[in-house]
Design a protein around this ligand. Structure first.
Ligand code: SF4
Length: 332
């Protein structure tokens, strides 16, 4: 099967605002101007297949949301390639991106902030349908809107209400209905349940999975909560400081966890009455500043297994078993 989305060596950076004088440094006895940047995404590569739920997981600030926003072209990549259905969309201008904007949709973390408070639910859901011409007219759009509301667990009579009249879980259901309105093939869900009560999270996740099974689209899930990732993913990539350090199927990563950073993440998961995935681990040090990325392995400052080579040579991916890849010198 061919991938639906391919991400190759994706790089995303944000310039740091410095004073004019602060940007000059002495280098080899010369005064040179240095432009600093936050290295948010650093040569990230992965594929997502049709009908697959792929997750990016990691602590906040690891670059997972920036990767997602770059793939959907809310941000332009600094370098690297994004292919959708085999077509290179990395540098398409807005006009040429339009057909892809219909195929790729996003569900946001904060459903309230992503819904226009001035508009009724009906107009929020109908607007993209009419814009992308997935329906012939307003009447058809209204019928489809009512159908979608029922699909996501809301009542058609709620269509004339405004976002503030709904609970957080209901607003996320509206966000899902809006994403489905244009019949997408690929949905990016950026921490879709992290702003919701725990009791509501499972309902929304189950709804999202049921809809995927019914419509057959693919997901890119962005999450920091490993129980969410375990529930929803077919495959996942673990990110640290803008790079993927381990990638594989849910079984590969949860049952044969290999990378020291993944072990650290797993060791922090509280378990009640169950064996922990990884025994508690103590990790030294702070996450390095993404403006000055460490040489070699980006995790070496904090890794208890760090060897000399880790400080200078960035590890390549090694395949531990088909599809299970780890970037770590322990597996050379
Ligand atoms: Fe630790 Fe070295 Fe592996 Fe990095 S490459 S995770 S520093 S052992």
């Amino acid at each position: 099967m061919k991938p639906l989305v391919q991400v190759e060596d994706l790089v995303q950076e944000f310039k740091v605002n410095q004073g004019f004088l602060d940007s000059f440094k002495w280098k080899d006895k010369k005064l040179v101007r240095e432009k600093k940047a936050v290295h948010a995404v650093n040569k990230v590569s992965f594929d997502i297949y049709p009908g697959e739920a792929f997750s990016l997981v990691g602590e906040s600030g690891c670059g997972k949301s920036t990767t997602a926003k770059t793939i959907i072209r809310l941000l332009n990549p600094v370098s690297g390639r994004i292919y959708y259905g085999g077509e290179d969309i990395s540098r398409l201008k807005s006009e040429k991106m339009l057909p892809y904007r219909k195929k790729m949709q996003m569900i946001f973390q904060d459903p309230y902030a992503s819904l226009d408070p001035q508009k009724t639910i009906k107009s929020i859901i109908m607007e993209p349908m009419l814009f992308h011409k997935v329906v012939a007219n307003k009447k058809e759009a209204e019928e489809k809107c009512m159908e979608l509301l029922k699909k996501v667990g809301l009542r058609p009579e709620q269509a004339t209400r405004y976002p503030h009249q709904f609970s957080g879980g209901q607003r996320q259901r509206i966000g899902i209905a809006r994403a489905l309105a244009v019949e997408p093939e690929f949905i990016i869900a950026d921490e879709p349940v992290s702003a919701l009560d725990v009791s509501i999270q499972a309902q929304i996740l189950n709804l999202m999975m049921d809809l995927k099974d019914e419509y057959g689209f693919s997901y890119l899930f962005i999450a920091h909560d490993l129980s969410v990732v375990r529930h929803i993913s077919d495959r996942l990539g673990v990110m640290y400081l803008g790079t993927i350090v381990e990638m594989g199927t849910k079984r590969d990563v949860f049952e044969h966890v290999a990378h020291p950073y993944t072990k650290l993440l797993f060791s922090a998961v509280p378990t009640v009455g169950e064996e922990p995935i990884v025994p508690p681990m103590k990790m030294e040090g702070e996450i390095p500043n993404p403006v000055n990325l460490p040489q070699g392995c980006v995790f070496h400052d904090r890794c208890p297994y760090c060897k000399e080579i880790c400080k200078t040579v960035r590890p390549d991916f090694k395949e531990l078993e088909p599809g299970h890849q780890v970037a770590c010198h322990l597996f050379a």
